[in-house]
Design a protein. Structure first.
Length: 143
């Protein structure tokens, strides 16, 4: 934009006009319970994928929140987890900051996910789940 090229610098004749149509609102994508069960129990799906998708489905966390979730945030004794940080996986991979809402929240765990988390706790590393690179997430999940 170059101000010297403006013909009408003091007013905007389109100011009161409505914007363009945005089109139909897209429906959210999700797994039906039967699809999720088939995914979780399939031997064809690598175990890290099954674990990550199960934790994502049962907790409802965003990908950035999952990436920043550490075992110190999970309290299996009280079946809760503290969600207080998120990783910007697209613009600044590896940089951890506040969640999208900007506040810490103690989230109750669904009873169905607690046994899986107990089994996963013995795995090496601080991260609760493995996440593929952003560029491989959709393709890997579909595969």
């Amino acid at each position: 934009k170059q101000d010297q090229l403006r013909v009408r610098p003091d007013d905007n004749p389109a100011k009161r006009l409505p914007g363009p149509d945005t089109g139909d609102e897209k429906a959210l994508q999700f797994l039906f319970p039967a699809e999720a069960l088939r995914f979780f129990s399939s031997e064809d799906v690598p175990l890290p994928w099954r674990q990550t998708v199960a934790v994502a489905c049962y907790t409802g966390l965003r990908a950035g929140e999952l990436a920043a979730l550490r075992w110190e945030d999970v309290d299996l004794a009280t079946s809760t987890m503290l969600v207080h940080r998120s990783e910007d996986r697209v613009r600044k991979p590896g940089k951890v900051g506040a969640t999208k809402a900007g506040r810490a929240e103690r989230v109750p765990l669904e009873s169905a996910i607690v046994p899986l988390l107990r089994a996963m706790k013995g795995q090496p590393g601080e991260a609760v789940v493995w996440l593929p690179p952003v560029s491989e997430q959709a393709r890997g999940f579909r595969k």
